[in-house]
Design a binder for this molecule. Structure first.
Ligand code: NAD
Length: 308
């Protein structure tokens, strides 16, 4: 039997943990001994309003079920992310894990999308994750330990009708995570992205009930906990998770086409001639299909990190 992955003496901050996926993560971390800061603004799906009840109910549930301390925080990730980390420090003296999970939706076709809808969605998902990570980073560096999980989406990786704002924010989080993973590596700070699909108020009006019934948020939580454990070395990775299916996403570069180095060969016509070779995903004798930015190349990463 594999050893239990305990989070005893660890302090976990989860944004948007008053419902949906974040609530399930909070309960799972607490069950395994973590002190959790349950952050939630308690607003509507579109981000309007606020209510302390969402976070309070989850904190009460944690205390009742697991007899362990948890703290509620009602700040918006956009307005006072530093205050969320401060809650962890004030109540539990440290911060070990942050889960950037808070999110809103303001869907509309791109043709009709208002600036406010674009900006507010980017603000919560991307800027909120930036601000919380920025506030936790000095603690992580000092203690040589930190775990960050950022929440991406299929809409970010693949695009989705009506979600230009959300897709931009979510894909922005991928690039953000990949850079933090590289910068955090030498301090044992792991940064990963998850791409979940789960039943919540975000999906209940768009996914049919017979599919929703298989999408319990409890099926996402195990990977989040695994990625945040002190024994887990995984970083700079993207995991797609739905209905109990777990997989990793990676980039793939075609074998491509090398052009003759003479300037006259760099023409639009040359591209036209060689197009099928540029987009060819089969190995060629001198050029192989490759998977850039894989952190399995740890040696190169360590060398780079030491120069910073
Ligand atoms: P949800 O609406 O139940 O949870 C989001 C929570 O974030 C809410 O409780 C909300 O009050 C809180 N929140 C919103 N704005 C906030 C702010 N400014 N500050 C603090 N809290 C705020 O939806 P969910 O499905 O549990 O979503 C959780 C995360 O997972 C989101 O980032 C979402 O984009 C992402 N996601 C969900 C799915 C899915 O299938 N459910 C798919 C892809 C990505």
């Amino acid at each position: 039997m594999t050893e239990d992955l305990s989070f005893k003496n660890r302090v976990v901050v989860i944004t948007g943990a008053g419902g949906g996926l974040g609530r399930v993560y909070a309960l799972e971390f607490a069950k395994r001994g973590a002190n959790v800061v349950v952050n939630d603004l308690g607003g509507s799906l579109g981000g309007q309003g606020h209510n302390a009840r969402a976070a309070d109910v989850v904190v009460a549930e944690i205390k009742d079920r697991f007899k362990i301390e948890a703290a509620a925080n009602y700040d918006s990730v956009t307005d006072n992310a530093a205050g969320i980390v401060q809650t962890a420090i004030d109540r539990f003296g440290r911060v070990d894990v942050i889960i950037n999970n808070a999110g809103i939706l303001r869907d509309s076709s791109f043709a009709k999308m208002q600036d406010a809808a674009f900006e507010s969605v980017v603000d919560v998902h991307l800027n909120g994750a930036y601000k919380l990570s920025k506030a936790a980073w000095p603690y992580f560096r000092r203690q040589n330990f930190g775990r960050v999980v950022n929440t991406c989406s299929p809409a970010g990786l693949y695009g989705n009708f009506g979600q230009a704002n959300y897709s931009a924010a979510k894909m922005g989080l991928v690039g953000f995570s990949e850079t933090l993973a590289k910068e955090g590596y030498k301090n044992n700070i792991n940064v990963n992205c998850i791409v979940p699909l789960a039943r919540s108020r975000m999906t209940e009006s768009i996914i049919p009930p017979h599919i929703l019934k298989n999408l319990a948020p409890e099926k996402i939580a195990p990977m989040v906990l695994y990625l945040c454990h002190e024994s887990t070395k995984v970083t700079n990775s993207i995991f797609e998770l739905a209905a109990g299916f777990y997989s990793q996403i990676r980039w793939e570069r075609s074998s491509g086409q090398i052009f003759n180095p003479s300037p006259e060969s760099f023409t639009a016509e040359a591209i036209l001639d060689k197009w099928s070779s540029i987009v060819d995903y089969t190995d060629k004798p001198f050029n192989k299909v490759s998977h850039p930015i894989q952190l399995s190349d740890y040696n190169a990463l360590i060398a780079k990190a030491r120069q910073l």
